[in-house]
Design a protein around this ligand. Structure first.
Ligand SMILES: Cc1ncc(C[n+]2csc(CCOP(=O)(O)OP(=O)(O)O)c2C)c(N)n1
Length: 304
């Protein structure tokens, strides 16, 4: 069976697996929902309704597999299999017969199409930044995403290969989560940690860079600087409202990082981001990369 995850579950199946079929997020949600609608059965494994975007419209027979029954009723289940989902899945797999309905080539085409739809041809777009960063980050690196437009793209496009290597705050979606979560992750594990933030979310917790310096934790903060609370700005624009309180000027983020005792880099292209990230990951001090993205591409997230 093809496997679709939520953002929080990224990594339960390696995203290079031929049966991996994408992430349900706001970015590409129409495309992904059409894909889900083409199934004749959904197995909802540990699926937390808090991650559902909008209303769950599917009326396809659904089996709920979790430690607790489906009492949230965000989605309807025909059958609740309550218990350890791994054991339940293994039992179901041992009972399954027949051959798969999905061809691997069909799923590969589906993944390609999703990727194509998420990328609009703008300059140094967020998706280009995400994909360029992925080139220089290894599969064991822990990636944390703050909340906002960049999280939607990161969830959809970042290739996560192992469980617990991708963290985000879905559901409540609290801005400001990214940097403290990255510091916590680095405290707990001896492995590289990269946090993706946007300038609004970073501004809320900028002083935590000082915490990372004080604790000697070399986290890397990649800040997508677009000078706006872009997500809110776009909603204002979509409703024909004036842009109130959603555009702002940034301080010099590199100098801000340096003032805290961290290293600061600026990236205005994929190549610069790749180089900055490689250097940042080799340092013993925390770093910040001020990434000057063109946010125009974020509009596609509402369209596909
Ligand atoms: C603590 C908190 N306050 C407000 C919000 C509502 N909110 C969601 S996205 C957003 C804008 C985020 O701006 P920024 O971090 O600059 O990211 P961008 O939208 O530009 O990608 C706001 C205010 C929130 N999710 N969390």
């Amino acid at each position: 069976m093809p496997v679709v995850t939520t953002a929080k579950a990224k990594g339960v199946l390696p995203e290079s697996h031929p049966l991996w079929a994408g992430v349900i997020e706001l970015a590409g949600h129409r495309f992904m929902n059409r894909f889900l609608a083409s199934a004749d059965l959904h197995l909802a494994v540990g699926f937390d309704g808090v991650e559902v975007i909008g209303t769950w419209e599917h009326r396809i027979p659904t089996v709920h597999l979790d430690l607790v029954p489906n009492t949230d009723l965000v989605y309807t289940s025909r059958l609740d299999l309550v218990g350890d989902p791994v054991t339940t899945l293994e039992t179901l797999a041992s009972l399954a017969s027949g051959s798969p309905c999905w061809e691997e080539a069909e799923l590969a085409a589906h993944r390609l199409e999703l990727r194509r739809r998420l990328q609009a041809p703008t300059g140094f777009s967020p998706s280009r930044a995400v994909l360029a960063a992925r080139e220089v980050v290894d599969d064991q690196t822990v990636v944390v995403s703050d909340v906002s437009s960049h999280k939607l793209l990161l969830a959809a496009l970042w290739r996560t290969e192992h469980p617990r290597t991708f963290f985000c705050s879905n559901g409540l979606g609290t801005m400001g989560f990214g940097l403290p979560a990255a510091i916590a992750a680095r405290r707990l594990q001896e492995r590289p940690v990269v946090a993706f933030l946007d300038d609004g979310g970073f501004a809320m917790v900028a002083s935590e860079l000082g915490t990372a310096v004080d604790l000697g934790l070399p986290v890397v903060a990649v800040v997508f600087a677009d000078g706006a609370l872009d997500r809110i700005l776009r909603r204002q624009q979509a409703r024909g409202w004036p842009a109130i309180g959603t555009r702002f000027g940034n301080p010099d983020l590199c100098r801000l990082a340096e003032a805290f005792g961290a290293a600061g880099f600026r990236a205005e292209s994929e190549a610069e981001l790749g180089r900055a990230l490689e250097t940042a990951l080799s340092l013993a001090v925390p770093s910040l990369i001020d990434v000057r993205i063109d946010p125009d591409e974020y509009r596609v997230q509402f369209e596909v």
